[in-house]
Write a protein that binds this ligand. Structure first.
Ligand code: ASP
Length: 327
């Protein structure tokens, strides 16, 4: 059987990071070109033919609309190209959950799209990038990987982009998956899915936005007042995600200011600053009375991505926004 042809979209990140020496702490994300990376990968004897396209060479803390638009366009072309079996995106880990979730919301599920990164630069002792990449090839080249939405491969696990979250700054198994656990375990030799594809033959859930509205994350803190909410409205925020305490709580004066924002047509989503957990409606906050939306399983970073996509699609009514977060 011929090897699957996979499109590799390079964006930079630590997986393409270059340090001054194998033991140095400092490094430059994206220091290595995609061509150089593919050259090193060729020596691994991977079971796929890799075709490269460099989108950027940046740390993912600098990623934004232009790179997202280019990634979406390249994935869309790959979906339509019968020669391409799947897509791998090399990406920094800082914002992998945001890029992954944005693409998950705006691409069909017909072919696997897999983000992969690394926690250690490519030239560091004990670098994890090559192994993660070999695992990503195993996933993107597997016909069973289609119909699962965009995925992230890190630390020998396959996570749904919708569930993935960076939970540690430096360890090589830095990602967690909530509310579902990993979709599969993977090594360069084996791939074990834990269930059948759950989104088979699904079209894109939302159109890719023409531009991204300003949606801000506001972190709640004890003793804060309403001024930060007013400041956000003052700079023209089109949506606000509260990274609230516990189940999306905030001091009463802050909730009152957020309710005024919602009444003025700026949708407000309550997420949590806690590492993990659901934020449901009407636990301690009267969402109906205040016109607020509960983020459910999405943390602040992914709640902001969904709210940007919704506002860009003209969906700002609290009930419609809540329905999207419930979905
Ligand atoms: N700051 C880096 C980035 O996100 C970190 C990493 O890739 O792990 O590009």
């Amino acid at each position: 059987m011929s090897k699957p042809r996979l499109l590799v979209l390079g964006t930079g990140g630590t997986i393409a990071g270059a340090a001054a020496s194998a033991t140095a702490a400092a490094y430059r994300p994206g220091g290595l070109s995609l061509a150089a990376m593919l050259g090193e990968l060729a020596a691994l004897g991977l079971d796929a033919e890799l075709v490269g396209e460099e989108i950027a060479r940046i740390g993912s803390q600098d990623i934004g609309f232009a790179e997202w638009q280019a990634l979406h366009a390249a994935c869309t072309r790959a979906m339509a190209d019968p020669q391409i079996a799947g897509v791998i995106i090399t990406h920094g880990t800082d914002t992998a959950e945001e890029t992954g979730f944005l693409l998950d919301l705006t691409l069909p599920t017909a072919k696997p799209v897999v983000l992969v990164g690394a926690m250690r630069p490519a030239d560091a002792v004990g670098a994890d990038g090559m192994r993660n990449f070999a695992n990503a090839v195993k996933v993107a080249g597997d016909p069973q990987a289609a119909g699962r939405g965009v995925m992230l491969v890190m630390g020998d696990a396959v996570l749904a982009a919708q569930d993935a979250r960076k939970a540690a700054t430096a360890s090589i198994d830095a990602f967690r998956s909530f509310p579902r656990g990993p979709l599969a375990r993977v090594t360069p030799a084996r791939l074990d899915w834990f269930g059948p594809p759950h989104r088979a033959e699904q079209g894109a859930r939302y159109a890719f936005p023409r531009s991204l509205p300003r949606v801000a994350i506001l972190t709640a803190g004890a003793g804060m007042d309403a001024k930060p909410v007013e400041a956000l409205l003052g700079i023209g925020a089109k949506g606000i995600v509260l990274a609230g305490m516990g189940q999306g709580n905030a001091p009463a004066v802050v909730l009152e200011a957020l309710a005024r924002a919602a009444a003025a047509g700026v949708p407000v989503v309550r997420a949590t600053r806690v590492d993990e957990g659901l934020v449901d409606r009407h636990v301690e906050v009267d969402d109906d009375a205040l016109g607020l939306v509960a983020a459910r399983a999405l943390g602040p970073a992914k709640a902001r991505v969904l709210l940007m996509v919704l506002v860009a699609s003209g969906i700002t009514d609290a009930a419609a926004v809540q329905a999207a977060f419930d979905g």
